[in-house]
Design a protein around this ligand. Sequence first.
Ligand SMILES: Nc1nc2c(ncn2[C@@H]2O[C@H](COP(=O)(O)OP(=O)(O)OP(=O)(O)O)[C@@H](O)[C@H]2O)c(=O)[nH]1
Ligand SMILES: [Mg+2]
Length: 450
Amino acid sequence: MATGADFLLSGSAGVQLQEGRRAHEGRRAILLTRKTDVGEFISLASTMGIEIIEVIHQPGSSDPRHVLGSGRLEAIRDELKAKVEGHPWSGVDLVMVHHNASPRQLVNLNEILEFEVWDRVRLLLHLFTNHANSVEARTQVRLARLRADSSVLREIVHRETTGERMGWGAGGKHAWQGVLETVQKEVVAVQKKQRKHARSQAERRRQRKRSGVSTVGLAGYTNAGKSTLFMALSGKDVLIEDRLFSTLETTVGRMLSSPRVLMADTIGFIDRIPAELLDAFRATLAESLECDLLLLVLDAGDSLSEIDRKLKTSRRDLLERMDGDDRPITGVVLSKIDLLKEDIDEIYHLVEENGLEVIAEVSAIAEQGLDELCQCILDELIGPPLKFHLRHQTEKDSTPIERLLHDLHECGQMDSQIDNGEQGFEIEMRIPKLDLDRLISRHPTRVEMQ
Ligand SMILES: Nc1nc2c(ncn2[C@@H]2O[C@H](COP(=O)(O)OP(=O)(O)OP(=O)(O)O)[C@@H](O)[C@H]2O)c(=O)[nH]1
Ligand SMILES: [Mg+2]
């Protein structure tokens, strides 16, 4: 049998060996919990193809040593060991704990149960490993797993040092100290690589800003419909699935209706995600959150209590991630409006109670409200449409009118352009004020505002 530590350290080894995408599919687990609301945890497990056979609920607050009481855990261990023919737990090879366990709790649980144990953080780490499709996502997941492993290793080394528990496998203290040092060296190396990548991303963002391009960031709870909305507005193909955490990296694409506006789709939020884990995704989130307009996507098909819970989580995660001075304008977009089952006024009320404002109701699938959302985005980023006359060239100003029209198309969003023959063109368009002022100062006789 593998030692307890082998189970606890699936992290770095798993990522180094490119843990198979389906590595845990078909596994059967029991779930230990102090809370009754386990729906989301079961969804996370089923996303990985893991079936929860039984939920064991022990009411009360979490035990600081091993989450559940030791008597209960020992009884579970004995039952897992007995494996009587026909027992409902036959085939169970994993115990899950509905809790973000501390390293101490995790090592204790493993010791008492003598079984493979995953807490909520470990479940998320395995799930992220499975879903990581890009180099960026894989690097971030690797960093998160290495960090989780170092905290468990520190706990093991501490125990070996204080004699609290001897003999984790053959090595003893010195061997574990060696493993810990190796893992910590790797953390430093991966962090260095990630920082370099983050710096070049930040430079790209600065260049975009200098060239007058604005960015719309999409954020929101996992499975809210961010990627579907991104695809509808940018036309760029991204992964869309009815599961949690389909997206783990940021994709940037131009908005179809205005090529000077970029959109960024990114990883979603989830309740009580440990700071350590979120930290590994900091660069990815920055790519989307450092924007001019942030759209918080909220699934309108949820119940009111779910909407409230997801809104609070998203809001907290967002505010924590942003500097007070640097915060972009934020508006709530109600997605999946075709699945609405609650009173819409109550949803608006909840959003307001959370200090935010609904700016659009859309269904990317039923193609509802998308034009209105685009107009709203352009109003916010560029300003309302302006009407003006553009006159033909004269002796004093010989720049051909075609050239001016070309420049206008380049820097703004043309709504209509009517050819009035001798009179020139009658134009209605959205254009950044700076660009229009520049045109007027260069060609004062050619532009006449209406
Ligand atoms: N009925 C309906 N379903 C939608 C709509 N938008 C998205 N969905 C579905 O909701 C599920 C999740 O959509 P995604 O776009 O992948 O959600 P996401 O927010 O990107 O999710 P993660 O990347 O996992 O955080 C998919 O099954 C979509 O088909 C919509 O407007 N109407
Ligand atoms: Mg997505």
